[in-house]
Design a protein around this ligand. Structure first.
Ligand code: NCD
Ligand code: ZN
Length: 345
């Protein structure tokens, strides 16, 4: 049997939610990953260090007994975030960055930034403290085609931002386009990107295969095949500025299967299995460890994990649903076979 042992990976972009949903999903991530960067887009959002500390305590309390999983927290940038709050965040050992959601770009982004250019004092403070800005890189202008929103954001927002703040550490989260890959490729060592398993495995046809597929809808939306190829090349290139971030985003089934279904794909149940499949397709399984376990810690200046995990080439069927508190949740590949399996030690 084919086995693949890796240094234990980390998830550099994860949605854990809160309350019952948090308790339902956190074990899936903790089973595979040593650490995860937890996104702050709760309702209401996590905007202060005190709120991030309280959220972190709720995450720790929701973990399975004896879990060593370490949540790395983020603050949600608003029009009102102060420079003092940035300073407090930068000095905090469990806070790793500040998340920029352009207002209206995605799930729970209404409290996000309305005019990015007006937040320059905050970006300057982050640059001074070396605190990374984690970016949802899409413009929100309804006149811009939904498939072009990342590329337009890079031209009109990100490049000018980096011209103003050349030393600001920045992660283009869940990069989905060739333009995004090129942006990172030509930027300096302080600019990186996370890549999801679903954007490595699917193109936009998956949204319409035999009918409308709400469980394949996420933001940024899946793109055409040539972009998926560019993402796979980046992930397997050996360039250490590309690393794993699942963007696993649980939503209740009834909110996805709706006349106005919300954005987000749940992948935490099988994250490493899905990434292994993508890397295997690219003939690059030997590059998976760097992408999943080494590049992220290098960017964030954290130690590489000491434990290992093992994947075996063995098929298993993903359940049709998981429980999500009083609701249920449809995971990616529900009812379908996966070819890699994580074996729990
Ligand atoms: C995320 C969510 O549901 O919180 N949804 C998604 O489609 N990725 C928000 C986000 O990361 O954009
Ligand atoms: Zn996300």
């Amino acid at each position: 049997m084919q086995r693949l042992s890796l240094i234990q990976p980390d998830d550099w972009h994860l949605h854990l939610r809160d309350g019952e949903a948090l308790r339902a999903v956190v074990g899936d991530s903790a089973r595979q990953f040593a650490r995860a960067v937890v996104m702050p887009n709760l309702d209401p959002p996590v905007t202060t260090v005190a709120e991030a500390e309280a959220y972190r305590r709720r995450i720790l309390a929701a973990l399975p007994k004896d879990s060593a999983f370490r949540p790395l927290m983020t603050l949600y940038l608003t029009d009102h975030t102060s420079e003092e709050e940035i300073q407090r965040a930068a000095a905090h050992p469990d806070i790793i960055g500040v998340k920029l959601y352009p207002s209206g770009a995605t799930t729970n982004s209404a409290a996000g930034v309305t005019h990015i250019g007006r937040r320059d004092p905050v970006f300057a403070a982050m640059e001074r403290h070396g605190l990374p800005l984690l970016v949802h890189g899409e413009v929100t202008d309804p006149a811009v085609d939904v498939f072009d929103r990342e590329a337009v954001f890079i031209d009109t927002v990100l490049n000018p931002l980096l011209e103003r703040f050349p030393d600001l550490p920045l992660v283009l989260e869940h990069v989905t386009t060739r333009q995004g890959v090129e942006f990172v490729g030509t930027a300096g060592a302080r600019v990186a990107a996370t890549l999801t398993a679903h954007h490595l495995l699917m193109n936009r046809n998956a949204l319409f295969r035999g009918g409308l597929r709400p469980h394949h809808y996420c933001l940024p939306v899946l793109k055409r095949e040539s972009h998926r190829q560019a993402l796979l090349e980046a992930a397997t290139s050996g360039d250490s500025r590309f690393f794993l971030g699942t963007d696993s985003a649980p939503h209740a089934r009834r909110r996805k299967e709706s006349a106005c279904g919300c954005a987000g794909i749940y992948t935490a149940h099988a994250a490493m299995e899905l990434y292994a499949e993508a890397f295997e397709q690219a003939g690059a399984l030997d590059r998976l460890e760097a992408f999943a376990s080494r590049n992220g810690p290098a960017f964030y200046g954290l130690p590489v994990n000491r434990q290992t995990i093992t994947l075996v080439r063995e098929s298993w069927r993903v359940p049709e649903r998981y429980v999500l508190g009083a609701d249920d949740l449809v995971p990616l590949r529900a009812g379908e076979e996966l070819y890699w399996k994580l074996i729990t030690p």
